[in-house]
Design a protein around this ligand. Structure first.
Ligand SMILES: Cc1cc2nc3c(=O)[nH]c(=O)nc-3n(C[C@H](O)[C@H](O)[C@H](O)COP(=O)(O)OP(=O)(O)OC[C@H]3O[C@@H](n4cnc5c(N)ncnc54)[C@H](O)[C@@H]3O)c2cc1C
Ligand code: FES
Length: 495
């Protein structure tokens, strides 16, 4: 389950963490690295602290379309927000895209120009949604047009097209950003998980490789790893899947369906075809592996010559109102900044967030960010927060009840499988990987959700706010920052 982009790429080496600097940026994905570079270019001493390695989480597993046409996002946002707010967000994405492509030109990062297409998979609701998107995008000033017949081997009822968008290999981009950041005196420290932030009066970042004092802290961690502001309760985590194939003639378009089940298609250099989609809330599905199988089945029907080379999955966060949260965190005295909630469009949204946060730290502002910062939560979005958290509450109760009544089976799980149950009264998550059975606490270290087995990635995933853990308990992603505690394997001594 490694992405095409990361499969044969050596890991970027780590610098040593400083004791003091101007700005600490947490997270080496697109948001963190662009923010860090912008600050370093302005003469500030910057360190990026990364828990895993560069691009290890969402950016390195993205399908990396750099587009201001974003599925049916603009029509959906216009249902809840004013045209001024959505227009400002479009403008931020446009500036994010333009900055990124200029940067790729300057630094020789390869990219391919492609039309972006939101296609109608059928004449019913799919067509209605695609048409609505055409109207919304036109109202917002995007030069979109309608194409009845697209050069693709699957049925469709036309699509909205925005020409001259782009696609790239996100690891090429991150590698260039790291080199550039280092050339500007910045550091990138990998294997440094941030576990806490001290008083905003004397900001200090505590991490697994020490402590670093600074003036500003930017949390570019996908979902914020500090609970202040309660962002974890205002975003939901959605996981989706991607498969790369060799194919003699992949379409030279970046496509996404206007209606479910989502299908996302693009090509890549070397005659490669990427097919993605099948999003679902993290930890809330019967079987993750089945989602991959559905993508495989769809590809086999429509691209019978495709030969699979890589398959992977990743997650991104959507806020209750569909707009990202970017800016100063509450109770941070203006020193702690956050960026989350790109709704799977962070290649432009992450750059827009970086422009916005770096401008704020440097004493300026981006004109398009103001209406988005000042937006009000409309009743429908407020109802969505209530609904999301009611669901989280139910998951918490049903997870706790399930584990309370279900003792672990007397035999170990078969290879590749995991089970949750109680050992005495202790909730235990137990899995067998490569012949070894590991037992860990079944309670997520964020806020105690009961984890679920992910049979595609062989991980423990929390359905409450999307934290994920290796079978051996290490944190992989999400708001949790502590591993699942080791437990004894029932019937055997601990160790
Ligand atoms: C399957 C999929 C396909 C997508 N395709 C597209 C697309 O085609 N176009 C598009 O625009 N967007 C796409 N997106 C969305 C886009 O990839 C993301 O929005 C974007 O990559 C998020 O970047 P980020 O820097 O915010 O987060 P990440 O890339 O996840 O980076 C966050 C980093 O923070 C680190 N971190 C977390 N916690 C800590 C901690 N406590 N201490 C230190 N470090 C920490 C993580 O290890 C990680 O490396 C896609 C998303 C998915 C899931
Ligand atoms: S992610 Fe919040 S409880 Fe697990």
């Amino acid at each position: 389950m490694t992405s095409l982009w990361r499969a044969s790429r050596p890991q970027i080496t780590s610098d040593d963490p400083p004791e003091r600097c101007d700005d600490v940026v947490v997270g080496a994905g697109i948001t963190g690295l662009v923010t860090a570079l912008l600050l370093a270019r302005a003469g500030r001493q910057v360190v990026v602290l990364e828990a895993r390695d560069v691009g290890a989480v969402t950016t390195g597993h993205s399908t990396a379309k750099v587009s201001v046409l974003q599925g049916t996002r603009w029509s959906r946002l216009l249902r809840d927000q004013s045209e001024e707010v959505v227009g400002a967000h479009v403008e931020g994405n446009r500036e994010g895209r333009d900055w990124l492509l200029r940067y790729c030109e300057e630094r020789d990062v390869p990219y391919q120009v492609r039309p972006a297409v939101t296609y109608a998979p059928d004449r019913g609701q799919g067509l209605e949604r695609a048409r609505e998107e055409l109207d919304a995008a036109s109202r917002l000033g995007l030069p979109v047009h309608w194409a009845r017949d697209l050069p693709v081997p699957f049925e469709h009822a036309g699509g909205v097209v925005l020409d001259d968008q782009a696609q790239l290999d996100p690891m090429d981009l991150l590698t260039a950003l790291v080199e550039d950041l280092r050339a500007h005196g910045g550091r990138v420290v990998t294997g440094a998980r941030v576990t806490g932030v001290g008083s905003p009066l004397r900001p200090v970042v505590r991490h697994t490789r020490g402590r670093t004092r600074c003036a500003h802290i930017v949390l570019a961690t996908g979902t914020p790893v500090l609970d202040r502001g309660g962002y974890f309760a205002k975003v939901s985590a959605s996981r989706s899947y991607a498969i790369a194939h060799e194919h003699p003639d992949p379409p030279q378009l970046m496509l996404i369906s206007a209606d479910g089940p989502t299908r996302s298609v693009r090509d890549a250099p070397g005659s490669l075809l990427l097919v993605g989609g099948e999003g679902h809330p993290v930890g809330r599905t019967r079987s993750e592996a089945e989602h991959l199988e559905r993508l495989r089945a769809w590809t086999a029907v429509h691209f019978p010559d495709a030969v699979e080379t890589h398959a992977w999955s990743a997650q991104d966060y959507r806020s209750h109102d569909g707009l990202p949260f970017v800016g100063r965190m509450p109770r941070g005295l203006g020193h702690v900044h956050v960026a989350t909630g790109y709704d799977k469009w962070g290649m432009t949204g992450g750059v827009a967030a970086a422009l916005d946060i770096s401008a704020d730290i440097l004493g300026g502002s981006m004109s398009w960010s103001r209406p988005v910062h000042r937006r009000i939560t409309r009743p429908r979005a407020a109802a969505r927060i209530v609904g999301m958290n009611a669901r989280v509450g139910l998951d918490l109760l049903s997870g706790a009840a399930g584990v309370a009544v279900r003792p672990l089976r007397p035999t170990r799980p078969p290879e590749g499988e995991g089970e949750v149950g109680r050992d005495g009264i202790v909730p235990v998550a137990r899995a067998t990987i490569e012949g070894r059975t590991c037992a860990v606490s079944a309670l997520c270290t964020h806020l105690g959700g009961v984890v679920e087995w992910n049979d595609a990635e062989r991980t423990w995933d929390c359905p409450l706010h999307g934290s994920r853990f290796a079978a051996t308990g290490e944190v992989l992603e999400g708001p949790a920052s502590r591993p699942l505690a080791q437990r004894r394997i029932p019937g055997e001594p601990q160790g």
